[in-house]
Design a protein around this ligand. Structure first.
Ligand SMILES: Nc1ncnc2c1ncn2[C@@H]1O[C@H](COP(=O)(O)OP(=O)(O)OP(=O)(O)O)[C@@H](O)[C@H]1O
Ligand SMILES: [Mg+2]
Length: 202
């Protein structure tokens, strides 16, 4: 599952991009919008919301009825579905566990986009039923104390942290100019770092 400490750090953007690049490797991928409070995967991929996770969990739709197949080659998507008055209960329900165990068997990767960890408990509830959490932080926006709090919450709940993504990371100033054209640098023969304007130049 993909989450972040606070709102607007790029969870949905990273979930969508991660799902696409995994699908491009030939793996079968399912992306599910588990942010039932502020869904956005439907908007990113221009998909309908009248069927989705909430309607599956309420027993209104079967999985295959709410599935948007091959939105991108090898990528299926389930949107959040109609607004629900009790997102936490739905995400923590037995139906959700059963649903996840079915889709986990059917796909190589199941990516879950979720709510911010420090704001509501939904993400932690979901994370407990997954292989782990990928945490997104946004350069120039996320704060250390917020990330620490999210990491602590994962620890308390026994959630495995798979890694941390730094969203909107800016490239350091390049030795060759403004860094726009040379995103990758090679170590100097000596391997010694030189520092210029607080940016590492190799
Ligand atoms: N790397 C990026 N570069 C430019 N814009 C970005 C980047 N990442 C995210 N955004 C923009 O920032 C806004 C918030 O991103 P996104 O919706 O992915 O965050 P979120 O963490 O899912 O937010 P929420 O907490 O509301 O669910 C969106 O308008 C998105 O297009
Ligand atoms: Mg989002």
């Amino acid at each position: 599952m993909v989450s972040s400490p606070m709102p607007d750090e790029g969870k949905s953007t990273i979930s969508a991009n991660l799902a696409i690049v995994l699908a491009q490797t030939g793996a079968q991928v399912l992306l599910i919008d588990c942010d039932l409070r502020k869904p956005s995967i439907n908007r990113l991929f221009k998909l309908p919301t009248h069927k989705g996770l909430t309607s599956i969990l309420c027993g209104i739709d079967k999985i295959e009825e709410a599935l948007n197949e091959n939105v991108v080659q090898n990528l299926d998507i389930i949107t959040a579905g109609p607004t629900s008055p009790n997102p936490s209960e739905l995400l923590g329900s037995t139906r959700m566990s059963e649903f996840l165990s079915i889709v986990q068997k059917a796909y190589d990767y199941v990516i879950l986009d979720t709510t911010p960890i420090n704001i509501v408990s939904d993400a932690i509830i979901v994370a407990k039923q997954t292989a782990g959490a990928l945490l997104v932080v946004r350069q120039g926006q996320s704060r250390h104390d917020q990330l620490n709090k999210a990491v602590e919450s994962c620890g308390f709940a026994g959630v495995n942290i798979l890694g941390i993504v730094i969203n909107e990371a800016r490239a350091p100033v390049s030795y060759y100019g403004d860094g726009l054209y040379y995103g990758y640098k090679y170590p100097a023969a000596s391997g010694r770092k030189q520092y210029k304007n607080n940016s590492a130049v190799f």
